[in-house]
Design a protein. Sequence first.
Length: 600
Amino acid sequence: ERHRDHLEDLVAERSAELLAANEQLEQEIAERIAAQSQLQLADIVYRNTVEGVFVTDSKGTILTVNPAFTTITGYTLDEVLGQNPRILKSHHQPREFYEAMWASLNTHGEWHGEIWNRRKSGAAYLQYLTITVNPGRDGTPLNYVAVFTDITELHEKEERIRHQAYHDALTGLPNRLLFQDRLKQSLLLAERGHRQLAVMFLDLDRFKVINDTFGHHIGDELLKSVSGRLAKILRQSDTVSRFGGDEFVLLISDTDTPDHIANVASKIIEQFATPAIIEGHELVVSPSIGISLFPDHGSDGVTLMKNADAAMYSAKESGRNNFKFYTAEMNAQAPYHLAIEGRMRKALDNLAFELHYQPRVSLDNGAVVGAEALLRWNDPEQGAIPPSDFIPIAEESGLIIPLGEWALATACRQARAWRAAGHLLRLSVNLSPHQFHHVLLVDRVAQLLEESGLPGDALELELTESMLMQEAEQTIETLHRLKAIGVSIAIDDFGTGYSSLGYLKRFPIDTLKVDKSFIRDIGSGGNEDAIIETIIALGISLDIEVVAEGVENRQQLEFLQLHHCDTIQGYYFSKALPPGEMTRLLEEGRSLQLTAPESA
């Protein structure tokens, strides 16, 4: 019995041992299965992750890569097995970059950051790379595991966003923000090196006319053309920026003398002399340029830009298509301009402008045969403001459109009133470029003639030569449409612009008005006498009336008589008169007393 009990104890003990061993075996099997599952899962992740992975030994020899590595780089496992990762090197990073990478790996056991590498195709791409050291038992590197993501597309999107933030969307030029940053940096360098720099404000003369006439699409293409021309002139170290509209700002760095800047400005003006061909349209714009210099005209960016802007407005006032350096007197003009513009708007609302009329006299019999309508403005606060002051401001502000239409409507009504009283004058009215190039010009003129009851042949519209030369084919069409309703066409200030027999033959022109600058110098010994004789001869040969403006003395009158000029206007007979005084002159039948001129 004792033997049986002992045997039972041995069986129980052995059973417990077997049970424990079985449980341990089951646990080991379960752990092995779990580990195998983890390995399979890791393999699935390794093979299907979008991140590229490659593993090297301690010497940097590639041992394995995953499929994403091949997708990103273009290299298969067979092509890189046993190779060094240097086959991916793009040479975009300097040696110091790699030295810092290895220092981090050796010190911290990892490195991560952006790096440019190269695909099998040779194309460089940007990747975000993480390298981790897998240490052996002795702590020395056993493997290097690299995981990377292709972030080229993300980088390009960021670059586009950054570019859009600092560049003009239309032209691609630096915008105001980037220009100010570059100006700030250039000022620091100029101050340290005791060098000069220049800020140039450039505004396109008559761009608004083109934009209004041909539409914003053509205007945008012209702005692109302008930006290209400016970029060609400047050095890489300089900056040309578009601030918006037709306003460009240039930064000319590291310059020694104002003469160098003047030379740059002259080259810009020369560039604009060639027309831009935009979708078959031959477009001509000219620049007005204002210049400020560091340190002469300001020590900070704000002051330099403000002073260059003031100089640009001075260039416009001086006839446009030129450049001006800043002077201290110019800043006083800006508040004046704003004040004039504000008063002008009120004057338009209150109909505070008026027209004066300068008689045009025939040299055949001395009779008054016409008159030119001239704008006058007598401001209640400032008194009489010269047209030379307010007309350029009206053109820049856009007020010239309502002001010009008011003048045309008023002149038509006045001419109709004189005709009703028996005074059959042809009244001449100046058109601004904005008015002439407006698509509804002819319709509006026809409407005003109908509303006033004035026949078309009693109205003459005066244009400048430069207005005619802009978009010649459309100009010819507009002129013929005006002629179709009876309106006469005069060229004002003839001889000072694009005087050409070619366009006189092409355009339906009725009158040439010889500029008063030529008349003033009659008999002075210069070329003016010959120029006037030539213009009169042109008029006679082409059956075009010739009017001499600014006749002030008997010598000028007799010269014009001798050479068979048709009509004159000027102080010798009468200044421009208010409507009431002009009416009295007509009612009195006043005429020019003519005598036969001495023969030449």
